[in-house]
Ligand binder design. Structure first.
Ligand code: AMP
Ligand code: MN
Ligand code: MN
Length: 325
């Protein structure tokens, strides 16, 4: 079934001259890695590729080959034969241009989110996949193209980012097989790990210090909450993007089953959640119109709630959840 969907997408790609690739807003490593990786693959096939992403891309991903070619102009100005959304589980995460984007026909979707909400014309969704990068690799094999070093670098980054370096439950033997093949192409795991994880500026480390000082623990250490306030950003000079991976520090506590990171942003409060095993934080995210995976999910509050109010609402949902583990 899923292979049939992949084959159908491959057929549309083969018949198309110019293809638009889009991913979710505030793209993470998997989003950008799979978008850029597929971009390289399609260009190598002689296709015209338009990479679309709303807003600024986090500076943390500038190291991805040709990342700076991403641009922020509404599509529709150029001739496009089809579009592919990568790593996007919900049409609204495509951003403010969602309606214009969906006018591109056929609009195809490659995604691995549990609780994926259907959109577009042709969907290949596999919740059992570790990352969209892994799926793009399979697609490239189906297309029969030689995967370049640049493409491999992007796809490997996508996989490492979404599996937390092959640590999360979503990591399968298939994930390792694909990562192994990307390493065979020439990707250096040490280099990618360095770019993804050992990339701190001084202000980012100071932000981490401030955020970790907010650590609250409940239910004999099963629940952890940390917060990043506007004031902390002002004082340290760090930016929102710098909070990436901070949530993994409380997650490293042996006792922890669920963690929430509450962030004060320009347009409201943003919540990231992580959990271990069967503890399902996507369920909590969905209650607040967010989404994600069982062990990694998020949601946004844009209605003027304070950080404290959001923290309390999240706390009230997470506490009974972790009590069961
Ligand atoms: P983050 O904590 O921002 O890294 O997000 C973790 C995962 O949760 C992402 O990979 C998304 O699948 C999902 N997610 C985060 N924010 C949202 C949101 N506002 N709406 C839907 N899904 C989200
Ligand atoms: Mn993503
Ligand atoms: Mn992903």
């Amino acid at each position: 079934m899923t292979t049939r969907k992949m084959n159908e997408i491959a057929r549309v790609i083969e018949e198309s001259g110019s293809i638009l690739l889009v991913t979710h807003t505030f793209p993470d490593g998997d989003a950008l890695g799979s978008q850029l990786g597929l971009g390289h693959i399609l260009q190598d096939m002689g296709k015209k590729v338009v990479l679309y992403s709303e807003g600024q891309i986090s500076y943390l991903y500038n190291f991805l080959p040709r990342c700076t070619e991403l641009f922020d102009i509404p599509p529709g100005d150029s001739e496009i034969d089809c579009a592919i959304a990568l790593d996007c589980g919900d049409r609204f995460r495509l951003g403010r241009e969602v309606d214009n984007l969906l006018k591109i026909k056929p609009f195809m979707v490659i995604d691995h989110h549990a609780g994926h909400k259907d959109f577009g014309d042709l969907r290949w969704v596999e919740a059992g996949r570790s990352s969209t990068g892994e799926m793009v690799y399979e697609l490239a094999r189906k297309l029969g193209v030689e995967i370049s070093y640049e493409a491999a670098y992007c796809l490997y980054t996508a996989i490492v980012a979404d599996t937390g370096s092959f640590k999360y439950a979503s990591t399968t033997a298939e994930t390792f097989r694909i990562a192994g093949e990307l390493v065979n192409i020439g990707v250096k795991p040490e280099e990618v790990a360095g770019k993804l994880f050992d990339n701190y500026t001084e202000s980012r480390l100071q932000l981490l210090q401030a955020v970790l000082s907010t650590l609250e623990l409940y239910s004999i250490g099963r629940l952890a909450i940390i917060s990043a306030t506007k004031k902390m950003f002002e004082i340290t000079g760090a930016e929102l993007a710098d909070t990436e991976n901070f949530i993994n520090y409380p997650r490293s506590l042996a006792s922890v089953q669920a963690v929430a990171l509450i962030k004060e942003t320009e347009d409201g409060i943003s919540v990231s959640m992580r959990s271990k095993g069967d503890c399902d934080v996507a369920e909590v995210a969905r209650k607040f119109n967010g989404g994600g995976h069982r062990n990694a999910a998020g949601c946004k509050f844009k209605n003027g709630e304070t950080l404290k109010e959001v923290r309390d609402r999240i706390f009230n949902e997470l506490l009974p959840l972790v009590e069961g583990y």
